[in-house]
Design a protein around this ligand. Structure first.
Ligand code: ADP
Ligand code: ADP
Length: 225
């Protein structure tokens, strides 16, 4: 079970309330987009789900687990960021296999699994390439494969397509949607791009000034702006 429950989630930075009283249940296998302008608290919310930032109040539960209590090696989440952060001195395959090193998986198994993930994002032909030579879209596919290789229950995506040009972004939206349907994992996807949220989401959570002001499927959100 990888249902995510946020209850009364709050994050303060000094006097600033970055996230205020966010409560929502994200269902197992759902793709929820957090949509809102820059500075509305989307990224901070996502980082609290990832356990990368601790809340100043409230709780995050993933399934039975209280995220704030969990050690890093045992996380059920993986995160894809806007800037792909691939290791430049490793091949594409090594980049994808890297996360598995900490998980006592044999070398053969790591490579096999990494290839499988690269195949899924249509990058297996680039397995031996230097990632610095790839295009932005290709880098983001590799970053996605790397996150998926650890077989997380929950995939968190923080503006993963925002650095791509429009055409590629639209192609990747469709691909992400397909990957989500294929994997049946819970995805939480942060974006400031309304079209992207409408293309991708099962449900959209609208954030403004740190608050989650509306949650609904794209149709509901569209009808009641
Ligand atoms: P979004 O992802 O919607 O752009 P963020 O969650 O990044 O919004 O930021 C929400 C607010 O919190 C912003 O005003 C931002 O400046 C502030 N903030 C985020 N991270 C920090 C931090 N580490 N220290 C201080 N303020 C922060
Ligand atoms: P995003 O692009 O996801 O909104 P940012 O560029 O706002 O992220 O933040 C990147 C990093 O800088 C994060 O670790 C965030 O916590 C930190 N940060 C963001 N806003 C501030 C701020 N006002 N003061 C200090 N740190 C911040």
């Amino acid at each position: 079970m990888s249902e995510i429950e946020l209850s009364g989630l709050e994050k303060r930075y000094g006097d600033e309330l970055a996230v205020e009283d966010v409560s929502v249940t994200i269902e197992d296998g759902e793709l929820l987009c957090l949509l809102g302008p820059s500075g509305s608290g989307k990224s901070t919310t996502l980082r609290m789900i990832a356990g990368l930032t601790s809340p100043t109040d409230g709780e995050v539960h993933i399934g039975e687990d209280d995220v704030t209590d969990r050690p890093a090696y045992d996380r059920t989440t993986a995160t894809v960021f806007q800037d792909w952060a691939l290791f430049p001195h490793k091949t594409v395959l090594e980049n994808v296999a890297f996360g598995l090193r900490m998980r006592s998986v044999s070398k053969d198994e790591r490579q096999e699994r990494a290839r499988e993930m690269l195949d899924r994002v249509e990058m297996v032909d680039h397995a031996d390439d230097d990632p610095t030579n790839l295009s932005g879209g290709q880098k983001q596919r590799v970053a996605l494969a790397r996150s998926l290789a650890v077989n997380p229950d929950v995939l968190l995506l923080d503006e993963p397509l925002s650095n791509l040009d429009k055409r590629l972004r639209e192609d990747m939206q469709i691909e992400l949607r397909e990957i989500h349907e294929d994997l049946e994992k819970t995805f939480v996807h942060v974006t400031h791009d309304q079209d992207e949220a409408f293309t991708l989401a099962d449900r959209i959570g609208i954030m403004a000034d740190g608050e989650l002001i509306q949650v609904g499927n794209p149709h509901e959100v569209y009808e009641n702006p």
